[in-house]
Design a protein around this ligand. Structure first.
Ligand SMILES: [Zn+2]
Length: 382
């Protein structure tokens, strides 16, 4: 019998609100508390879990940042200029672009969403390399380096469909050879965006996860003497209460895409880059009219670990209040029922750790969660 298994299940968007109740997978019985995420989406939170660093340190914040001279879309500029005039072929052009990016060696997770082709080349992908594979972060090691670098474990990332990943994980447990098995799934995140975090469909999905996790634990106990389980999310999910069309407002004020001010409209953030102080003042005036969002000052961004010296993620960041959304954004033209990407102190931003281990201090945030996982993996693979 193998001595110890570290079993990690990272369910994207599994929040404190979804899984904080001790009745959810009760056998993971260590006392639970909210775990603070970082400002940003999964594109910021997952790298923080993997490296134990803040966004400014690991460099990942939004999926799209301002491009430098080596921007990943630079070589597709002409195609994009042409594509921006072929509005009815968006789907096919996006498919070609995704293929082209993979061929250029992009292994990280990305989506082209509904970013206007006319401005796409102004941006760059933040996550060029798969963060669930070794060597993803410049000058720092991540959880994947520890798990896969030692050959002692296996990771299932976003590229494996959820059902298959759970089946393969179960088979791997039965083999009893791995010492660290790590499954990541984004299915709950997608469902909560579409159906809302308090919907019946989500309650059903959560019951399904609880059952799957309990079954995995049971099988693992048959093959391993010591089974150490860690189930957590990267952030939570808030019910959507408001929808705001900032994009049309900007266009009406003369700031259309490709105009004098460059901007990226995420679901809960608008990020701007300016050519003149006068443009900046005008944008600040437009934003100041709204009570459902606010401009984050440099001091606050610094305290959130999201002040980037080169402002590659925005010279000005307008963040929405919890539950408010920007529609249409560059991500979607359709309102969602659930959203995340608010201030980390907002009620629904917190995630949670479910575990059956109690010999380490419970993490207050994702950086402490990383430290806990790192120590567990090192011990299991030593
Ligand atoms: Zn999401």
């Amino acid at each position: 019998m193998t001595r110890r298994l570290v079993l990690i299940v990272l369910v994207d968007a599994l929040g404190w609100e979804q899984a904080g109740d001790p009745a959810f997978v009760p056998e993971l019985d260590a006392p639970r508390a909210p775990v603070r995420s970082v400002l940003g989406y999964s594109s910021a939170n997952l790298p923080t879990i993997m490296t134990g660093r803040l966004p400014r340190e690991h460099g990942h914040f939004s999926m799209y940042r301002r491009a430098g001279p080596d921007g990943v879309f630079a070589g597709a500029k002409q195609t994009l200029a042409l594509a921006s005039r072929l509005t009815n072929r968006r789907w096919r052009i996006s498919g070609w672009l995704a293929w082209w990016l993979r061929r250029r060696g992009v292994t990280g997770y990305f989506s082209l969403y509904e970013i206007p082709f006319s401005v796409l080349a102004e941006f760059d992908l933040c996550q060029r390399r798969d963060i669930f594979a070794p060597g993803a972060f410049d000058g720092m090691s991540g959880i994947a380096d520890l798990v896969l670098g030692t050959g002692a474990g296996r990771i299932w990332n976003w590229s494996v469909p959820e059902d298959r990943a759970f089946t393969e994980l179960s088979e791997e447990i039965d083999r009893g050879e791995g010492r660290v098995l790590f499954l990541y799934t984004a299915a709950l995140d997608g469902l909560m965006h579409a159906a809302g975090p308090q919907s019946g469909a989500v309650r059903e999905a959560l019951a399904g996860y609880a059952e799957r996790i309990e079954r995995l634990c049971e099988r693992a106990r048959q093959r391993y003497e010591d089974v150490r389980v860690f189930v957590f999310g990267d952030h939570g999910m808030a019910p959507v209460s408001g929808v705001h069309d900032l994009r049309s407002e900007l266009e009406l004020a003369g700031f259309g895409p490709g105009g004098p001010v460059l901007y990226f409209i995420d679901s809960t953030m608008a990020r701007f880059w300016f050519r003149s102080a006068a443009d900046r003042r005008r944008i600040e005036e437009i934003l100041a009219r709204h009570t459902w969002g606010r401009i984050l000052g440099d001091e606050e961004l610094e305290s959130l670990g999201a002040l980037f010296p080169d402002h590659c993620h925005g010279e000005l960041i307008f963040l929405l209040e919890e539950g408010e959304t920007l529609v249409p954004s560059f991500m979607s033209g359709i309102p969602a029922r659930g959203m995340h990407g608010y201030h980390p102190d907002a009620r629904h931003s917190f995630t949670v750790l479910l575990t059956n281990t109690a010999n380490r201090p419970y993490p207050a945030n994702l950086i402490e969660l990383h430290a806990l996982l790192r120590d567990e993996i090192r011990e299991a693979t030593a």
